[in-house]
Design a protein around this ligand. Structure first.
Ligand code: FES
Length: 157
């Protein structure tokens, strides 16, 4: 289970500083912020804009363009279901619907009890063994309804 730190502006500044030497540091900074806090809080937008000398709109545009960036804190477990082509062709649509039905929330949302966030992901590099999913960073290939139920039960425990 991922363990995230509570939001802290001071901690965010140290995370940003780690990537300041890179060329094109915005994406690595955003990923590091999400890995640290579990999401990309709105408060980081002006901080990054100031640090990188770009507009807030530019930072906001990048944060909202990429599906990977979460805007709210995640649940205790994060289930990502692949929604890219190969997985769709292998029955991914039905599996995504099944997960939504079982969890009582849509992709991109967290269950009411805060236990599980279910999100789309766009290719896990396992197209040959599609459909695929990932629970808390652990990849599962050749997904079917039964295996998905097992993953969901694990996430809800
Ligand atoms: S399309 Fe799902 S793993 Fe590549």
């Amino acid at each position: 289970m991922p363990h995230y730190e509570p939001w802290s502006e001071e901690r965010a500044r140290t995370v940003i500083a780690e990537f300041a030497h890179l060329e094109g540091p915005l994406m690595p900074m955003l990923h590091a912020i999400q890995e640290t806090f579990g999401h990309v809080p709105d408060a980081i937008v002006p901080m990054l804009a100031e640090h990188l000398n770009i507009s807030r709109a530019e930072v906001h545009g990048v944060v909202t363009f990429y599906h990977d960036f979460r805007h709210e804190p995640a649940g205790r477990h994060v289930l990502k279901i692949c929604r890219a082509e190969a997985c769709q062709a292998a029955g991914g649509d039905a599996l995504a619907e099944h997960a939504e039905h079982k969890l009582g929330c849509k992709l991109g949302e967290t269950t009411a009890d805060g236990r599980v966030t279910v999100e789309p992901i766009y290719c896990l590099g396992l197209c040959a063994t599609a459909p695929s999913a990932m629970l808390d960073g652990k990849i599962v290939a050749r997904l079917n309804e039964r295996r998905l139920d097992t993953l969901i039960a694990e996430a809800q425990s």
